[in-house]
Design a protein around this ligand. Structure first.
Ligand SMILES: *[C@@H]1O[C@H](CO)[C@@H](O)[C@H](O)[C@H]1NC(C)=O
Ligand SMILES: *[C@@H]1O[C@H](CO)[C@@H](O)[C@H](O)[C@H]1NC(C)=O
Ligand SMILES: *[C@@H]1O[C@H](CO)[C@@H](O)[C@H](O)[C@H]1NC(C)=O
Ligand SMILES: *[C@@H]1O[C@H](CO)[C@@H](O)[C@H](O)[C@H]1NC(C)=O
Ligand SMILES: *[C@@H]1O[C@H](CO)[C@@H](O)[C@H](O)[C@H]1NC(C)=O
Ligand SMILES: *[C@@H]1O[C@H](CO)[C@@H](O)[C@H](O)[C@H]1NC(C)=O
Ligand SMILES: *[C@@H]1O[C@H](CO)[C@@H](O)[C@H](O)[C@H]1NC(C)=O
Length: 564
């Protein structure tokens, strides 16, 4: 039993108390490399085993209506390109709406506003990232020339870029069309003032896609995304008799309103009109994550927030709905770190879809739901379950994997007293630099200059930076076999007092700021006088078939090898 247990007990009796953030102030991004098969970990196996129980308890306590809801869930790994977990449930009351009687990876659902992700993806793939900065009127000149002069009445289309619409920053508000948009539609806010969800903005983006491709919306989606990615069931039209499809869930074919079942309005198609399957959504997720159609640089730029909301836990991208999750660091920790989940939600009353990517963990998921309360409580309940179980498990899986693959003692076989020890620690993110000696000198004690630090009162951590060299390396040549995979990865070391008390009030401390507590991002890569451009905090980890074999400290050229 560790001390944290005593510390937390009194807090747990307070309703809605959040887990405490880690004492280590960390960089945003993965704490460990995620390029491995997470299905081999205990964390994942436990998650897969517990998920059906979680769903059953939601059925048995009435949170989900077992007979009244149908859903398909697909969790996939963008490291192995496979489904890692799937779950299907068809409510008996909806049997007649399941066109082939079989619910599977290829069953079509309507995806509502998840369509917006396809629209933006297709625009960027077709026209390049630079189109985001382009004024909408440059592409759709018919939006120019609203003669109104009253700021309350006039949308200034000249101020609105493609990127503004994509990130819900157009300020143009609600639904309708182009002539209405130019003259009649009143603005809600100036462009770039605040995030305001806008279906009409996406109808305009649909026109942008049509104009730049000279194709209809559906043709553009087929040409730009479906064909290159092998999507076979994504369309803005309900399959017609005689067309090949694997089944469709349409709970109620009556047209009861805007974008309801069976209504294939091509005008609003770019905002919410697509049908798709868990298979096609997985293909999209793998393509985005692996930068199949975009330069990796563009993918990284695209998967960033472009605006915030009134909530500390949600931000907005183009058109990502970014959820800032506080994930516990390891399976037995109650300390958390922030990891951003990139999602898009869609739905209208009786149908709903959620698409999510977790770049830190190289996993993603889709949830497709049909039933009376699909777009209400059902989708949020399922989002919570899938994320709590699988995204949280992925964080623990990376820790567990790092414990096996990265920890150990590394020595310079030629120099007595030169060695270093890497650990993983229950409540701390990244790798721990537990010991570090060079020719008998404790470098950790020296690292911040004089007077020497009490190294054991400091937390020394290493974080991966995403720079990987897969070229030939003489250092790694002697390891593994001819077919072994060898890579060298850049990590950066950070150190700070083990217990940093300054948390802001919102993180359970005091005040509006965390003062110097969380400035790690501002102090990476300080150079020493003789460093030749090398940061004094840079380590290069050499991996052979996924296992850490060598540690280089680039500033001094120190090279250490795993002590067997
Ligand atoms: C139903 O069960 C779930 C899962 O155990 C739980 O999170 C939820 O609070 C329960 N709801 C009710 C109404 O009991
Ligand atoms: C559950 O769904 C069924 C089928 O649609 C419906 O008849 C029933 O009233 C629903 N139960 C509740 C508690 O809403
Ligand atoms: C996954 O797919 C991407 C893109 O096609 C490919 O580059 C990568 O090598 C694949 N990964 C595996 C493990 O097959
Ligand atoms: C393609 O361009 C032609 C000529 O400008 C135009 O008449 C047609 O409407 C365009 N098609 C689409 C789908 O935008
Ligand atoms: C789409 O491709 C998958 C995988 O090959 C296949 O199982 C499915 O039947 C295809 N769907 C259609 C409509 O052809
Ligand atoms: C590492 O170096 C220190 C300082 O010289 C020494 O005390 C320790 O035994 C060494 N550890 C190993 C595993 O060589
Ligand atoms: C470490 O500190 C000692 C004592 O101040 C000093 O002699 C030595 O040069 C320092 N070594 C390094 C590598 O900074």
């Amino acid at each position: 039993m560790h001390l944290g247990f005593f510390f937390l007990l009194p807090l747990l009796s307070i309703p809605n108390i959040y887990a405490l953030p880690s004492d280590d102030c960390i960089l945003l991004g993965p704490m460990f490399p995620a390029e491995f098969d997470i299905t081999t970990t205990d964390a994942f196996r436990n998650a897969a085993e517990s998920f059906p129980r979680a769903i059953n308890s939601l059925f048995s306590n009435g949170t989900l209506n077992e007979t009244g809801v149908t859903f398909a869930i697909d969790v996939f790994s963008t490291a192995t390109n496979n489904t890692i977990y799937s779950y299907y449930h068809s409510g008996s009351a909806l049997d007649s709406y399941l066109s082939t009687g079989d619910l599977n990876d290829n069953t079509m659902f309507r995806i509502g506003s998840v369509t917006k992700l396809f629209t933006v993806y297709a625009i960027i793939v077709h026209s390049g990232w630079q189109i985001m900065e382009k004024g909408v009127v440059e592409i759709l000149p018919e939006l120019k020339g609203n003669k109104g002069s009253d700021p309350l009445d006039r949308i200034v289309w000249e101020d609105i870029t493609v990127g503004a619409l994509a990130a819900q920053l157009g300020g143009n508000g609600g639904p309708p069309f182009l002539d209405v948009m130019r003259d009649l539609k009143k603005p809600v806010a100036p462009a770039f003032a605040t995030t305001l969800y806008s279906d009409s903005g996406f109808q305009v983006l649909g026109q942008v896609l049509q104009r730049v491709t000279n194709l209809t919306f559906n043709e553009a989606i087929q040409k730009v995304l479906s064909k290159p990615l092998g999507l076979n069931s994504t369309s803005s039209f309900k399959p017609k008799d005689g067309e090949t499809f694997n089944g469709l869930v349409l709970p109620g074919d009556e047209v009861t309103g805007y974008q309801d079942w069976g209504l294939d309005s091509q005008i609003s198609a770019a905002s919410g009109g697509l049908y798709s399957t868990t298979r096609d959504l997985r293909m999209i997720g793998l393509a985005i994550s692996n930068s199949q159609l975009l330069d990796p640089r563009v993918t990284r730029a695209w998967m960033k927030p472009r605006g915030h909301t009134g909530s500390l836990i949600s931000s907005v991208g183009a058109p990502w709905e970014i959820n800032r999750l506080a994930l516990t660091i390891s399976a037995s920790s109650s300390r958390t770190r922030i990891s951003d989940l990139y999602t898009k939600l869609g739905g209208q009353q009786k149908y709903a879809t959620i698409f999510a990517l977790s770049p830190d963990h190289k996993i993603g998921y889709s949830i497709m739901v049909a039933g009376d309360t699909a777009a209400g409580i059902d989708r949020f309940t399922l989002r919570n379950s899938v994320t709590e179980v699988f995204v949280q498990a992925a964080e623990h899986a990376a820790w567990e994997h790092a414990e096996k693959a990265f920890t150990g003692t590394f020595v310079d076989p030629e120099t007595e007293g030169t060695n270093l020890t890497l650990t993983v620690d229950t409540d701390r993110p990244g790798l721990g630099l537990k010991e570090w000696f060079e020719e008998g000198v404790d470098i950790r004690a020296n690292v911040s200059g004089s007077p020497a630090l009490d190294a054991d009162a400091q937390s020394f951590r290493l974080y991966p930076m995403g720079l990987v060299s897969e070229g030939p390396s003489s250092l790694l040549e002697s390891y593994g076999s001819e077919s072994s995979e060898r890579k060298r990865m850049a990590w950066r070391a950070r150190f700070q007092p083990k217990k940093l008390v300054a948390h802001s009030a919102v993180e359970g401390g005091q005040g509006l700021f965390d003062n110097s507590r969380c400035e790690q991002w501002a102090s990476v890569d300080f150079l020493d006088l003789y460093s030749n451009g090398i940061g004094t905090d840079e380590f290069v980890l050499g991996l052979v078939d996924g296992r850490l074999e060598t540690v280089e400290y680039r500033s001094t050229g120190m090279v250490l090898k795993r002590l067997e």
